[in-house]
Design a protein around this ligand. Structure first.
Ligand code: KG4
Ligand code: ZN
Length: 331
């Protein structure tokens, strides 16, 4: 079964064709990062206008790269939320129109759920049950995926998402947008044990990163005010280590408690080199299998949406054209 996936929830216009939920035939991404970079973050109005400009071209390219035409596909899947409403509407409307005109089933996909499926692309044999940590610019979710389409969210962030903390601290340090890759890069040159930052005492499997974010920013502010010398690399490395430790510890604990010895990570922050290394080491220590998507499937892409759409269709889930863009939805 061939599914066309469309993703426009934030600043990437993406279209992909995926066979049987696992095999990517094409995955075209037009990134607006260079446009938003100058503003230090995504400007919603500009983002939606760019999606309108690019969507037809990106979908065309997805067909061309796969060597297929619209008559070859079996279904259309698109992200309906969460995300920027104007941006979501572009991809969603395009997908509905295409599905209606070609009489193809249409599936609306939750973006956070979509991220999980990047793992089923990277590991064609991977099957649930598994523990999944979705960490991106907008979300931090710890999930027990019991089966395809059957999951329990056991932890969330109470405030900032992990990626948001990266982005805000990077912005304060003058490292630009997006902050995650910038911090990842400079942290490699820093001493991660130089500074100790606070870890929020938060219940169960939930997270909180806003206190940590403020602590880092206040710390740098104090250093600047006192004219003390410091290296941005040390700040970035110490902050990154703290975030990574929090994420890894809670995820490992959930795996041990549930006895589900498979952990997968997903979302933009899953591209973080320190996070990947720490997970790999801790999982090896505890005899847990560790899965992480290829870099190109960590950040926003339509292949993961097409994959998720396929598994929904396999469970008999088809969406109505009444499905609207929803900026704030959880899993
Ligand atoms: O999944 P994604 O592309 O978009 C959302 O769904 O939010 O994730 C983007 C987030 C941004 O916060 C970005 O700074 C972060 O992922 N990110 C990283 C890295 N690459 C992207 N964070 C830490 N280290 C990275 N290497
Ligand atoms: Zn995302």
């Amino acid at each position: 079964m061939l599914v066309l996936g469309i993703e426009t929830s934030c600043d990437e216009t993406s279209a992909a064709i995926v066979e049987d939920g696992r095999k990517v035939l094409s995955n075209v991404i037009y990134s607006q990062i260079d446009i938003h970079h100058q503003f230090g973050g995504v400007v919603p109005e500009i983002a939606s206008r760019k999606h309108v400009e690019k969507i037809s071209y990106v979908v065309d390219m997805a067909f061309k790269q796969a060597g297929l035409t619209v008559n070859d596909i079996d279904a259309v899947a698109a992200t309906y939320g969460p995300g920027l409403v104007g941006s979501l509407l572009v991809g969603l409307s395009f997908a509905k129109a295409l599905s209606f005109s070609k009489k193809l089933p249409f599936v609306a996909v939750n973006h956070i759920e979509g991220h999980i499926y990047a793992n089923f692309i990277t590991y064609p044999e991977l099957m649930p049950p598994l523990i999944v940590l979705v960490v991106s610019g907008g979300h931090t979710n710890l999930i027990i995926l019991k089966d395809f389409e059957e999951y329990e969210v056991v932890g969330k962030t109470r405030d900032d998402a992990a990626g948001e903390a990266f982005d805000k601290i990077a912005r304060y340090l003058g490292l630009g947008y997006p902050g995650g890759p910038a911090i990842d890069k400079v942290a490699k040159l820093g001493d991660e044990d130089k500074y100790k930052y606070p870890v929020a005492d938060i219940d169960g499997y939930n997270f909180s990163f806003s206190g940590l974010k403020s602590a880092v920013i206040n710390h740098v502010h104090g250093l600047l005010q006192n004219g003390e010398k410091f290296k941005i690399e040390d700040i970035a490395a110490s902050f990154q280590k703290t975030v990574v430790n929090i994420l890894v510890e809670k995820t490992i604990n959930l795996s041990l408690e549930t006895d589900i010895k498979k952990i997968a990570v997903a979302g933009g922050v899953a591209a973080n080199s320190r996070l990947r290394k720490e997970f790999y080491e801790k999982c090896t220590q505890h005899n847990i299998e560790f899965f992480v998507p290829e870099f190109k499937y960590c950040t926003d892409n339509a292949a993961m949406i097409a994959s998720c759409g396929y598994f929904k269709l396999q469970k008999g889930i088809v969406s109505s054209y009444r499905e609207n863009a929803v900026p704030y939805i959880s899993l």
